[in-house]
Design a protein around this ligand. Structure first.
Ligand code: ATP
Length: 486
């Protein structure tokens, strides 16, 4: 990957670009890549930092403008790397000066590379700047790093270590490898387990991205048979066989529906069924600051997902994250670049987005080509309620056949999956307090005592249903579920 980026940068230099924005979270690795490109183009590399100025003369420290002036004083061909460019790029005087220098840079065979995790190029320079991004290291790059670090390790262990480290920067990967091998006395299976744990820690640098344990499978979901069938059909669609058959790479699903009816559960189940790692992108955290710009947070999340791919990227309540989109230019730009990524991504990252509120969904998100399918998840039908009750009774060690589920499901008309789970839990509490086992009556009483969300949100749920009728596919085969309250 780094080699590809070096080649791309060399091509940009040869094509005559004078300014390049190089985006990477890994300064050291990016600098090595830039060095390789510069060597290929016979340019020497001069770094600039606000602390030390130009690396060869120490001129130009203190501000970006001082740096640009110092660059203007160098006449031989060179490639200047502006470190921490994202911090200094809003210096208006420096930007103006840089613009005025473009012709001179060309004549002197000089290139200025702006290096930083994400770089917002000012509008005045936008057309003059080429963009390049250093992807996180993929398996072959990590493999050669690890092989160099640990000689004579069995190939299958190296393979496992590489898999465990995907998603980390090369520096992080090496640190995690060293630490785990030291703690486990060498590269062995317990070192690999430690690496997986360490990776979770390391990924905390992106507060908006979290690894989820694979906790639920399709068998844990009551109903939603149409959605389950769709997912089963696509299980093999990520392999090379599907590509040569002419199938496109699956992009993802948008699950729209009533609260507490299994949307999040389905996202988890996809990962479990396909045995893909599950990453959750928290848009509220991405937009909530925390030291990183939303652009950087989302870019990093998608690039981590791509480097771990095949993976499931779960985005809960996508409408809330992008609700701010219309309000300021900043978030709508973030949304725009996320949509472009969603439409153009080539790697097997399957996005599962969930939403409760259609009125807040930006229409662009629903356009063809973004998601493979839009499913509507309604309140469970009678049959589905039986299944959900049965799943949650079994989970708590009770035999569902001991209860008249048909009757309970009729009483639980209009309860959501989450509410049905609560019914089972409440019934168990009552029985436990009275020091006996749970009975039909406990469940029935718990149902009577539950005030369904439907009562509070009846209008909203009906609107959602109306909207979905013509636009989304029903996640359940049972048509009664959709017609129940119409
Ligand atoms: P929200 O929009 O509030 O996030 P959601 O549709 O994503 O709701 P989940 O988080 O998947 O709902 O559901 C909450 C819990 O309710 C689940 O963890 C599960 O225990 C239970 N549940 C909901 N629907 C089902 C279902 N169809 N089958 C089994 N359990 C369910």
């Amino acid at each position: 990957m780094a080699k590809e980026s070096a080649r791309e940068l060399a091509l940009m230099i040869k094509a005559g670009w004078r300014l390049v924005a190089f985006e990477s979270f890994e300064e050291e690795r990016a600098l090595r890549t830039i060095e390789a490109a510069a060597t290929a183009c016979e340019r020497s590399v001069i770094n600039w930092s606000v602390a030390s100025g130009l690396s060869n003369t120490n001129q130009g420290a203190g501000s970006f403008d001082e740096g640009v002036r110092a660059i203007a004083a160098v006449s031989e061909p060179a490639l200047f790397v502006i470190l921490d460019a994202h911090r200094v790029i809003d210096d208006l005087v420096a930007v103006r000066r840089l613009r005025d220098m473009l012709q001179m840079l060309a004549e002197r065979k000089q290139i200025v590379v702006l290096l930083g995790p994400t770089i917002e190029v000012p509008a005045e320079l936008a057309r003059e700047v080429a963009h390049i991004e250093l992807a996180l290291p993929r398996a072959p790059e990590l493999e050669s790093l690890f092989k160099r670090a640990i000689e004579s390790a069995p190939a299958d262990l190296i393979d496992d270590a590489v898999k465990a480290a995907l998603g980390l920067t090369s520096g992080e990967a090496m640190r995690v490898l060293r630490k785990s091998c030291t703690a486990a006395d060498g590269l062995n299976t317990s070192a690999i387990s430690l690496m997986i744990r360490e990776k979770r820690q390391a990924l905390r640098r992106t507060p908006s991205l979290a690894f989820h344990e694979q906790e639920a499978g399709l068998a844990d979901i009551g109903g939603l048979d149409e959605l389950k069938r769709w997912l089963a059909e696509r299980r093999r669609a990520f392999g090379g066989e599907a590509r040569s058959f002419g199938l496109p790479m699956p992009r993802g699903l948008l699950l729209l529906g009533v609260q507490g009816c299994g949307k999040s559960l389905s996202a988890k189940a996809v990962a479990q069924e396909w045995q893909f790692p599950l990453l959750r992108l928290d848009l509220a955290a991405a937009f909530g600051g925390g030291g990183q710009s939303p652009e950087a947070a989302i870019r990093e999340a998608t690039s981590v997902a791509e480097s771990i791919a095949p993976a499931v990227l779960w985005i809960d309540e996508i409408e809330k994250g992008f609700a701010a989109s219309g309000q300021d230019g900043h978030s709508s730009r973030v949304f725009g670049s996320f949509l472009t990524w969603l439409s153009e991504k080539k790697s097997p990252v399957f996005v599962v987005a969930t939403a409760n509120d259609v009125t807040q969904l930006p229409p662009e998100l629903l356009r063809r080509g973004r998601f493979d399918e839009l499913f509507f998840v309604d309140l469970p039908s009678h049959g589905e309620r039986m299944e959900i009750l049965s799943i949650h009774l079994r989970k708590r060690g009770r035999d569902p056949l001991q209860f008249d589920l048909d009757d309970l499901a009729s009483q639980a008309n209009r309860l959501s999956g989450a509410e049905l789970e609560q019914v089972v839990a409440a019934a168990l509490y009552t029985a436990f307090a009275e020091q006996r086992d749970v009975s039909y009556n406990d469940l029935s009483n718990a149902i009577t005592e539950t005030v369904p969300l439907y009562e509070t949100y009846e209008e909203k749920i009906k609107e959602l249903r109306d909207w979905a009728r013509t636009r989304a596919r029903s996640a359940t085969i049972d048509a009664k579920a959709v017609n129940l309250f119409s």
